[in-house]
Structures are given as C-alpha cells and as structure tokens.
Write a protein that binds this ligand. Structure first.
Ligand code: FES
Length: 653
C-alpha cells in the first residue's frame, strides 16, 4: 500500500509520508511555511494547524475522521494549560495516519503577511532579522569538558540545523545563569541580517520565552521623532508615538542646525546628545504604552534626512551645508543600539539605518521609495514627501529619479503671520464664498459650532489659535479662486475685491479671516507676506518636480502621490490651484500617508527589503537642485498662481 497523501493549504504543497510522520516534519520536508519556536516539543504552540475532513475532489483525496492521530499526552497537557481553539491541533504532535488536507492558518506561518495601515493594500511579508529558538542543551559533564556556549551551539546545530553561530561577549555573563535556571532548556534570540555570514546570539532566557520580541521603526524628522513599536513575530504595530525633536532649540530648520554646528564648537555633539536622549525617552514611553519591557526591544530601524542621519551618528554635518554636499557615507549602516547611547532598549539591540540617496536626499526618501515602489510602477509616478524639505521621486519601471527641494517651513505653518503647527486650535481647511467673499473654516479638535461637513462660519472664534500648513494652502488657493488675489499673488484692495475683509496693512493688503481682538479673542489674517512665503515654498516644490520631469524628458506625469503626515491633509484641488503640483487629473492625486514610516516598518520586518532598498538606491538617478541652472528658471516661472507658462488644463474641467 502507498503512503498517505498529505496536502497543505493554502500553499497547495503535497507529498506522501509514512504513517506516523508528525505534520511539522512533513511540512518542513515540503518547504511549507509552518512556524515553530520550541522545535516540536509541544510547548510554543506556534505550529498550530487545522485538519480538514471530508471529500476534496480538487485535491483528489477523501479524508477520513481518523486521518490524524488522536491527541497525545503532550497535546492534552497543552490544551489543559493554555487551551487550543476548536479544530486546531499542534502540528508537531499530530501524526499522519491517512490521506489528509491540512490548513496552515496565517498566524502559524513564519512569513506572515501583514496588511499595512497605509492607503494602499500592499502587505509586509514577515522575515525579520531576529528570531526566537528554544533549545535543550546538554548538561556539562566531567568527562566531556566543553563550555556552555559550545554546547549551546551544538544544540542549535542539532535541533535547528543552524551552524556558524557566535555570541556577543556581553551575553556570556547571562548564559550560565540562564542555562541553570532553565534546567538547560533556554530560548535564544538569534540575529542574522542580510549582510551577516553568521548568526549571533543576542539574548537568552531560561525555558520558553513567551513575552515576544519587539522592534522600533523610527522616522527621525527635523521637527518630530515618530516611532512604531512592532511585534517582530506577528508584524503587528503595538503602539505608535511621537516626540518633538529637541534639536529645534538649536535651529528650526536643517540649515540653521548645520550653521549652529559651524558656529559653535561642539555644537554638533550637543545636538547628537539631545536627539539620542529624545529617542531614549520615546523608547521608554512607547514601551510603557504597549505594556512591554523596553529590554524586549531588540531591533531599531531609522529613516531620516542626511543632516539628522549625521547628527544621530555623531558625525559633524558641516559638509552637508556646502557644495558638493558630501555625505560621510551614503551606505546603509548596521550597528549596536548601544553605540548610539540608547540604554533604554536591549543592550545588544541591533540598529539598521537605511541608505541615503545623496547629500540632500536622505534615508527618509529611500524609505518612501521602499514603501511606494516607483521602480515597479507601470505609469509615471511623481511622489512628493512634503516637509521642511520636499523629497521628490519621479519614476516608473524604466528609471527612478530623485531630488530634494528647499521648500522651507511655510508649508508647516512656520513663517506665516498667524501660522502654527497642525495641533488643536489650528484652522486646517477653509472655504471662501466666491460671491460674498466670506470665509468658513474647519478647526482641528473643535467641532462645537461647525456644520455637518465640519465647516464653521467666521463668526465663531472659540478655541481658534492660528492656521496650520494645510489651512494656509487652502486659504491662498481659495483667495485666488474668489478673485481676492491676482495671478502674481497680489491681494486686491477693498474696492478691487468688493469686500471689507481686504484690509490695508502698510502698503499692502491682508485678508481678514477672524477679528475677535476687541473681545480679547484671536485676529487671524492672511497677509501679503504670507502669500509670498507660500509662493516661495510652492515654487521650490514645483521647480523640483519640473527638474525631474526635464531630466526624464516629459512634460506630464500620470499620477501624483503626496506622502508625509502633511501630505495626507492637503486637498489635491487646492494644491493644484496653487500650482504646487503639476497638472494631472484630480483623481490621480493620492495620499500615501506616512510613507517614510511605512518604509521603516518594512525594513524592520523583512531583511530582504533591506537588500532591495540598497540595490534600488544605487540605481536611482540623483538630481541636484542646488547646482542646476534650470531650477532657478522653473522657480521663477512657478511663482505665479498657478503658473506663468505651464498650462493647467485639468483645472479648467
Ligand atoms: Fe512548538 Fe509545536 S512546534 S508546540
């Protein structure tokens, strides 16, 4: 008689196995993705499977009720102690007795697919650099004088077929107590990244370690430091949190921080210490929020712009402040977290910093490329990560180009007379009636008096503190559409515009949104200076995009993706009326959310993605806006609203 046929779903892998073969063994032999931390000892429950009974014409099998062995003592004990879900079995204990169809549920797969939170439904495939392994180590023996580490290595080789292992020196002091406390049964965390030839034991726990392993994906921005605490086994984000970048006290934007380093001996070291301190605080806070011990954070991935990159690493950023903008290194960096003075996380935690693209285009842009994959796009995509500097990618499967453009902080509400960061009290959206010229607006965190689409009349003033980046963009575009502004960006007088909301201010005019100053309330206007600041920012952004389009020899793109937290709040129509982005059908403008943060999460969860982004970055063509004479030309032409010469046919529709 032939051996029973075993069919695994959803992979469809199949093979014949002798009666009595454990399901886990069959899965391994067929290369089926079935997890195990305890190596088949019936204690980790990672190997759970669901047998299916009945007729399966598609697979050519009929499965009898006794096609798997009955529960054995180990499975009984596990079920009594922890409970198995109905229909589930432990793959390492259940053995094959007849033809069988076995489903591997998603949580039992090593390479789980994690759906990303971002707008696109792409998934992150789990393949982290650090994994847990449970082993039984031989006890020391007078007749066989080997060290504990050597016996641990032998156990890993015999029980997990992992050879070539080394241990961090600092681990050795934990090894002996852990082995003895666990009665020579221990769980180790083995780290092996895409560039490592050997695996390194970076943590050890007595017995079976069940409190999980975690990683931090950190988007180190010049204004905020944001982190996602991620479960390295499931890919689940356990907590997300942010903190202000304390370097702000040394300078609002990147160049002022570089100048601070130039002007003050030791200034770079002060900024390095400040940001490392903030990361440490953030690690403690985020671990507390998720209710985990911060020493279980075993991996960190950073994405950041080149100046932040250098300051994080303790490298003086002065070279980045002057042509030719040389980076100390553009390569990715793998190191120990403790080399970055991060004592809150595990002392042997590993850090990976994505590669930089060029002196002005950092690892944050590389992370956007990893998340948005312009190099795999069938159509030509323009991806803009809007911040103090805009990082811009243009590409499709033929080629990808990148540049950064110095938009300045106006898009974030800075250098705007009533500007503020996007926080409660900020006007984030505005509509101006083209006939009456009266404004209605929406305020973050304030729906006391707004109508159903969230907009309030200008008579309401409670709790309003200013106007944030998306609010000012909408205000300028709405003013243009309501005829309050001409195409050169000049605000008309009350006579010219027919509204008393145009108020003289010096030799220019301002548009009055709210004036409750008589009652001690806010007075919020859009001044001529604000319009100029927005014009400079949007011209820089548009000129950067045009420069890439020139290099690619095109005068149109197929779609625009706005990335970054701010990008998520920009209205495509207003961005186009303003001439921030090139003309494209409005339904072809999408938001990717925090694409840099998503890129960091991908690199945290999947080591192949690290190799991929390193390869992709080498192939990206860098365009340096600072030295391209055409940039200036594009910049000047883009000053008009929407543009002096470029047509915007989609706006006419
Ligand atoms: Fe651990 Fe089955 S492999 S319980």
């Amino acid at each position: 008689p032939t051996d029973p046929l075993v069919v695994f779903t959803p992979s469809g892998k199949r093979g014949r196995f002798a009666v009595g073969t454990p399901v886990l063994t069959a899965a391994r032999q067929l290369g089926v993705d079935l997890d195990s931390v305890c190596g088949g000892r019936g204690i980790c429950s990672k190997c759970q499977i669901t047998p299916s009974y009945g007729e399966f014409p598609k697979h050519g099998v009929t499965v009898a009720a006794d096609a798997l062995s009955d529960w054995n003592a180990v499975e009984e004990r596990y079920d009594q102690k922890r409970g198995l879900k109905p229909g589930r079995r432990l793959g390492c204990q259940a053995t094959v007795q007849g033809d069988i169809v076995i489903d591997v549920p998603p949580e039992s797969q090593v390479h789980k697919q994690v759906v990303r939170k971002a707008a696109s439904a792409r998934v992150i495939q789990m393949d982290p650099a650090t994994r847990l392994y449970f082993v039984e180590v031989d006890e020391p023996d007078m007749h066989e004088p080997t060290g504990d580490l050597e016996r641990l290595k032998r156990a890993l080789s015999e029980q997990w077929q992992i050879d070539d292992i080394r241990a961090d020196l600092t681990l050795l002091s934990k090894l002996q107590p852990a082995l003895r406390k666990g009665k020579f049964q221990v769980t180790v965390a083995l780290h092996k990244s895409h560039r490592d030839a050997v695996a390194t034991v970076i943590e050890i726990w007595p017995g079976l370690h069940e409190s999980g392993l975690y990683g931090l994906a950190i988007d180190l921005g010049s204004t905020t430091v944001a982190a996602h605490l991620t479960d390295l086994e499931t890919g689940e984000v356990k907590a997300s949190s942010g903190i202000m970048n304390p370097q702000i006290r040394f300078g609002e934007d990147l160049m002022s921080r570089v100048s601070y380093a130039m002007m003050n001996p030791g200034g770079d070291r002060e900024m390095t210490a400040a940001v490392r301190d903030a990361i440490n605080t953030l690690s403690v806070e985020i671990a507390a929020e998720a209710g985990i011990d911060p020493t279980l954070i075993i991996e960190l991935v950073f994405v950041c712009n080149p100046v932040m990159h250098h300051l994080l690493l303790g490298i003086d950023p002065v070279e980045l402040g002057q042509a030719p903008f040389a980076l100390a290194t553009s390569d990715s960096i793998s190191m120990l977290a403790r080399e970055l003075d991060l004592p809150a996380v595990n002392t042997r935690a590993r850090t990976y910093i994505l590669p930089c693209i060029a002196g002005h285009v950092g690892a944050d842009c590389a992370a956007v490329a990893l998340s948005e994959e312009p190099g795999k796009s069938e159509d030509l995509a323009l991806i803009i990560d809007v911040g103090t500097n805009a990082e811009i990618l243009l590409g499709d499967r033929h080629s990808v180009l990148a540049c950064s453009s110095p938009t300045g902080p106006a898009f974030e509400g800075a250098q705007i007379s009533s500007g503020q960061r996007a926080a409660p009290g900020a006007i984030e959206a505005i509509r101006i009636d083209p006939v009456t010229k009266e404004p209605r607006f929406r305020v973050i965190g304030c729906d006391l008096w707004s109508d159903e689409d969230g907009f309030a009349e200008a008579t309401a003033t409670t709790g309003i503190t200013g106007i944030c980046g998306s609010g000012i963009i909408e205000a300028v575009a709405e003013m243009r559409m309501a005829g309050l502004l001409d195409d050169s960006g000049l605000i008309g007088s009350a006579e010219q515009t027919g509204t008393a909301r145009s108020v003289p201010e010096g030799r220019t005019h301002s548009y009055l949104i709210i004036d409750a100053s008589a009652e001690g309330g806010p007075r919020i206007t859009v001044t001529q200076g604000d319009i100029r600041a927005i014009q400079l920012a949007k011209s820089a952004l548009y000129a950067g995009a045009r420069l890439l389009m020139d290099s690619r020899n095109v005068d149109k793109v197929d779609r625009v993706v706005l990335a970054g937290a701010f990008g998520a709040h920009i209205s495509p129509l207003h961005a186009m009326v303003l001439g921030m982005i090139p003309d494209v059908p409005l339904d072809k403008v999408t938001s990717a959310g925090n694409a840099a943060g998503t890129g960091a999460r991908i690199a945290l969860c999947n080591i192949a993605a690290r190799a991929e982004i390193e390869r992709v970055v080498r192939q990206i063509t860098k365009v340096e806006t600072a030295i391209e004479p055409k940039f200036q030309e594009h910049f000047v032409a883009a000053n008009a609203i929407p543009h002096k010469t470029d047509p915007f046919p989609e706006l006419a529709r």
